[in-house]
Design a protein around this ligand. Structure first.
Ligand code: BYC
Length: 316
């Protein structure tokens, strides 16, 4: 393609974005836009699927039948989110199997939060309240993402995440108002999940290499720090409401700005976890890899059955 044509295509593309017109799979888009979306959406899909593991560990140990049914439904929802998102990457020309293989080889990233262990039942509360809460904060603006299939997938995902967040907060509030041991368990879960939940929003704005371009393309609508701040401002009063303390001695409310000011995040820990050295990275990826290997015969049987039906249909 002549350089002049490319410049014109790029101008038209950016004009559409500026006018809030969605980009659809068959529309022309710059290679870098496509690559950025495949990167972000596939990481997001992996996060949903790996995110099933820490909670899946507690399905057999839920304290009542009601809690078990709710947790089971929640974990199943996360699998559904993974499926919509893998499908969205396919609309951009990505190969689903290759994407999944990249997760299994350790090449692809997924959210750092899922590399922390779930040690007690209260962790189910902390994950629903904080992890799904952070996910909503990050994903509601993605419903207005410039790429149509991703934006539309996010609408349903956010509705489900909102239910997940409430079930987590309900678990936490019940424990926090229960026996002293239950309250201690809830506080301990908050202590362990607070900082990793803040890290979910990604590196601070000065260190975020993709934010500026992603905002120009309206893939992202807010910076990492903006969303993190919104999350802190909403979550601190919620913790107070149920009588738990945020594990940050430097946290204070700034009357002038109307925002909470947080202590320093341990970025060294964040990068260690992102680079594969968190407490559960190896276990999470090994578990996903084993699941694929163990499910091989099911996929083969399903494909053979589909093939048999196809041949029968052709013959009749
Ligand atoms: N963990 O330039 P930046 C869920 C990477 S699922 C690991 O700011 P960007 C749920 C980043 O990928 C929650 N890596 O990047 C599921 C980049 O590396 P590469 C998942 C992280 O893309 C089950 C580098 O750091 N949500 O909620 O502009 C149960 C530089 O970062 C992390 C999504 O995926 C991290 N926390 O912004 C319950 C939402 N943060 O790719 C709940 C969609 C950053 O250059 N994703 N990195 O090698 C996004 O909104 C954006 O991708 C991010 C990062 C805000 C995460």
């Amino acid at each position: 393609m002549k350089e002049i044509d490319l410049a014109e295509l790029e101008r038209d593309f950016q004009a559409k974005i500026d006018a809030d017109i969605k980009i659809e799979p068959k529309d022309w888009m710059p290679d870098e836009y496509r690559k950025t979306l495949i990167r972000q959406i596939s990481q997001h899909a992996h996060s949903e699927v790996v995110g099933m593991l820490p909670e899946g560990n507690w399905i057999t140990r839920a304290p009542s039948l009601r809690r078990k049914a709710v947790l089971l439904a929640k974990v199943q929802d996360e699998a559904g989110h993974g499926l919509y998102l893998y499908s969205a990457t396919e609309t951009l020309g990505a190969d689903r199997e290759q994407t999944i293989d990249d997760l299994h080889s350790g090449k692809a990233k997924y959210s750092s939060i899922f590399n922390y262990p779930t040690l007690t039942w209260a962790d189910m509360g902390a994950i629903g309240w904080l992890v799904d809460g952070a996910a909503i904060m990050n994903q509601v603006p993605l419903c207005r993402c410039s790429y149509g299939p991703y934006a539309r997938a996010m609408v349903r995902v956010c509705k489900e995440e909102s239910f997940h967040q409430r079930q987590g907060f309900e678990i936490m509030s019940k424990l926090a108002n229960g026996t002293p041991q239950q309250k201690e368990m809830a506080q301990d879960a908050l202590n362990r999940f607070w900082w990793p939940a803040l890290m979910m929003f990604g590196p601070n704005d000065a260190e975020s290499k993709h934010t500026a371009q992603s905002m120009k393309w309206k893939i992202k609508r807010h910076t990492n720090d903006e969303l993190r701040q919104q999350f802190i401002d909403i979550s601190v009063p919620q913790a107070k409401l149920i009588g738990l303390s945020i594990p940050d001695p430097d946290l204070k409310f700034n009357e002038k700005t109307g925002h909470y000011e947080s202590g320093e995040i341990n970025w060294d820990e964040f990068w260690q976890v992102v680079e594969g050295n968190g407490p559960c990275n190896k276990d999470r990826v090994d578990t996903r890899r084993r699941a694929k290997e163990n499910g091989q015969w099911v996929r083969e049987a399903a494909n053979a059955y589909a093939e048999k039906r196809r041949i029968r249909k052709k013959a009749s």
